[in-house]
Structures are given as structure tokens and as C-alpha cells.
Design a binder for this molecule. Structure first.
Ligand code: ADP
Ligand code: MG
Length: 230
């Protein structure tokens, strides 16, 4: 297989928002490349554009200019329907505040991404149970999000992001609302899964505690990524 089939490549990515007729540059030439199995933490102060960058890599927002190639495909060249399918099949996204559906059980929440294209099969349910067991939530399958702790909710969100076997796992401040112990355990969990499933993992965070767990760490400064040393 061609190398590009195994990579995420971001080239000269820029993003501007327009606000009240004014153009507001946020990303100003972001470059990065990661292979399967690679894991990167991106830090930066609040408002530096971390979420904006991650949403664009996650194909949830459009870049202003630049190129993104994921596994040999530029997802922004796809038509809307194919793009949504590409996202569903290849990208797992963990949001800062979990975004679980309050009316659904833990198990049902994990199964949501399987409902869209393939329809939930007994295989998918088996896989959801496995994932929830993997993160220590076997005894919480039928609980509602409000009945479990913040750390547990984030573990459910991790399982939901993994249910379709994504090659790219993106986490936006996954420990933003958690204490130190939960921060470390979610970070370790993400990195273990990254190795077990040979994903590409990108985690944006303002937590140094979390970032130092990662083999690579870059900082978003003035709209570009700079390498952090120690
Ligand atoms: P971070 O995640 O690092 O805190 P964000 O990516 O959320 O930063 O935001 C970066 C900047 O872009 C902020 O100044 C924010 O106000 C601005 N911004 C984000 N989304 C929009 C939008 N849809 N329209 C206008 N400005 C936006
Ligand atoms: Mg953010």
C-alpha cells in the first residue's frame, strides 16, 4: 500500500472567520503529518484556534485555504453525502463536553454512529459492549448519562468515537472538565487505544499534565504549530 494511504497530511492550512464584516485570521499556515500509530498533543491558550483546527481536520468545518489529505483522500473534494460517509467511517471525534444524548442509555449512545449508514447490527452491539468493557463500564450499560460521573461520561464518549473503527481519532479537550486523576486515566486510555488500534490520535488540550503523556507535543502560536521541547 502507498504510504499516503496510511497518513494524515495538513499543508498550509489557514482559517479566517468574518465577523461584522471584518476578517479575523485564526489559523495562519498549519502544517503537520502523522502516520498510523502516531499520537500528537496540541496545546495553546484559550482562543488560540485549537478547536477550529481540530474541527477542520475532523471535516466538521471548512478551511479557508490549504490542503488536508487523509489516507490518500482529500475529504473536502468529496460531495456532501460522500463527505459525511467518509467522516463517519474514518474519523472518531471526542468533544469537550461529551455531547451524549441524555435520553439514551450508555450502550445506545455508543451505538449512535452505527445507526447512520450501516444500521445497528448485533455485531455492532457486541463491539459496543466490548468497548465499554475495555473502559471499565460493563456495569453501566443501561444507565443514562446523568446517572454516571463526568469521567465515566467521557469514557462513553471515547467508546462512541471508536465504534466504527476510525483510523483517525480526534479529541477536543477531552479532560477539560475532569480532575487530575481522571485526566491522567483518560489520557492513558486514549494512548493505549491509539496503539492497540493503530489509529492516528490528535488531542488538543490546555492541560500540560495531559500533553506530557504524548510522544509528540506541539503548540499553536500565532496560528501556526511550533514544536515544544520538554
Ligand atoms: P480554542 O479552542 O483554542 O480556545 P477556538 O478555535 O475555539 O479556540 O477559537 C479561536 C478563535 O476563533 C476565538 O477568538 C473564537 O472567538 C474565534 N471563533 C471560533 N469560531 C468562530 C466562528 N464560528 N465565528 C467567528 N469567530 C469564531
Ligand atoms: Mg476549544
Amino acid at each position: 500500500m502507498n504510504d499516503a494511504q496510511q497518513q494524515l497530511i495538513v499543508r498550509d492550512l489557514t482559517k479566517e472567520f468574518s465577523l461584522a464584516g471584518e476578517s479575523l485570521p485564526i489559523l495562519n499556515g498549519v502544517n503537520l503529518s502523522l502516520n498510523r500509530g502516531g499520537a500528537l498533543a496540541i496545546t495553546g491558550p484559550s482562543g488560540s484556534g485549537k478547536s477550529t483546527l481540530l474541527y477542520i481536520i475532523g471535516v466538521l468545518d471548512q478551511p479557508t485555504s490549504g490542503e488536508i489529505i487523509q489516507f490518500g483522500q482529500n475529504p473536502f473534494e468529496l460531495k456532501a453525502k460522500q463527505q459525511a460517509e467518509f467522516r463517519n467511517q474514518n474519523i472518531g471525534f471526542i468533544f469537550q463536553d461529551h455531547h451524549l444524548m441524555p435520553q439514551f442509555s450508555v450502550l445506545e449512545n455508543v451505538l449512535i454512529p452505527t445507526m447512520v449508514y450501516q444500521g445497528t447490527t448485533s455485531d455492532a452491539e457486541e463491539r459496543a459492549r466490548h468497548l465499554l468493557e475495555r473502559v471499565g463500564l460493563s456495569d453501566r450499560l443501561n444507565h443514562r448519562p446523568a446517572q454516571i460521573s463526568g469521567g465515566e461520561r467521557q469514557r462513553v464518549a471515547v467508546c462512541r468515537a471508536l465504534i466504527n473503527n476510525p483510523r483517525l481519532l480526534l479529541a477536543d479537550e477531552p479532560t477539560g472538565n475532569l480532575d487530575r486523576v481522571n485526566t491522567e486515566s483518560i489520557g492513558k486510555l486514549l494512548l493505549e487505544i491509539n496503539q492497540e488500534q493503530n489509529t492516528i490520535l490528535i488531542c488538543v488540550t490546555h492541560s500540560r499534565e495531559l500533553a506530557v503523556l504524548f510522544p509528540q507535543h506541539q503548540r499553536l502560536r500565532d496560528g501556526s504549530l511550533v514544536t515544544e521541547t520538554a
